[in-house]
Design a protein around this ligand. Sequence first.
Ligand code: ADP
Length: 402
Amino acid sequence: MKILVINSGSSSIKFQLLEMADESVLASGLVERIGETEGLIKCTMRPGRKDELVVKNATVVADHKSGMRMVVDLLSDARQGVISNSGDIDAIGHRVVHGGEDFHKPTVITGDVLAAIERNIPLAPLHNPANLDGIRVAQELFAGVPQVAIFDTAFHQTIPPHAYLYAIPYALYEQQRVRRYGFHGTSHKFVASECARLMGKPLEELNMISIHLGNGCSMTAIQNGQSIDTTLGLTPLEGLVMGTRSGDIDPAIHAFLVRNCSMDIEGIDAMLNKDSGLKGLCGMNDMRDIHEAIAKGNKLAKLALDVQTYRNKKYVGAYMAVLGRVDAIIFTAGIGENDEIVREMTLRGLESFGVVMDPAANNQRVKAPTLLSKAESRVQIWGIPTNEELAIAREAKAVLNS
Ligand code: ADP
């Protein structure tokens, strides 16, 4: 069974083609700068193998449809392609950012499903229209191939009302569905499942805190395998300190900025999403640059690291209280997998809560699932690489087989 995973953004399409028999990647790549004067297509066939082939192609990509058509042409190229034609693909898994309250699990795409994704556009005005573009183009180019939507929000639909409601007038929830939804659900679910497998216990019996630290960051409290709270909210801005996003702030800062700094709501929204977080504090949003700057004595870079890891620790504490018993803490994504300093600072001082890191195990980049805690640690600490494409492909396969 070959599954094509598509993550369609406003000006880009990321894709990966997987052979599900052995979960190997046949091809992966992305189309960038769709609609601009010069687009870019990068595609790696048979990644990691001896005959790996990297194709880079700068050309005008007018729209998503022509971008997707170029991808199909590359994948089915007679000389170097990995399929003979689009009919070789058995299913397509689409990443969809916001399923609102309509979707609790991956869903085969029908007309009603498209309408529901469209209904949720106000909740994700940038992402859902781009995701819909990708679905519509794929439906056209792969007529008859089953298509499945995998929602970033779905895993978090088990969060109970006391954790998803904001303490603002209830009518805003009833009329506008203003509430916490959470994101990165596919990643949190994937690493939690992997962790359960490695611990040799059913996911349904485990309580975990999963910490996804990439450009976007979020933490999830998982009870008996289900998400019961998460740090991202109505939008992917709340919670942890991210690359360019603020995470939690006093909501009254908005009014302060309007009254005192001549800012309007669009400007504030852009600042909190694009110019805040690590970048806002020290001008850099890549953790590698921040460590380099700290080594050279940059005080603001050190402060940014301190602010981020302090916030991480605060939420670990909160979720330990929420869960009562924690079996595992999981680090994943770019920073979570690669940055032993952030991991150490996040959990430093939690020994009395049964969280005891093994400095030798922690002192490495995590390329495969790795236990990072000492044997005596009541809570196991794991570094587990996330793989959202594989997770999406597995979910799509499971839906189609059910
Ligand atoms: P995204 O949220 O875009 O998927 P990733 O999960 O790829 O992001 O994470 C990107 C971040 O991971 C980068 O901004 C960088 O800070 C961090 N990162 C990647 N490699 C390393 C590394 N070796 N050491 C520290 N941080 C790293």
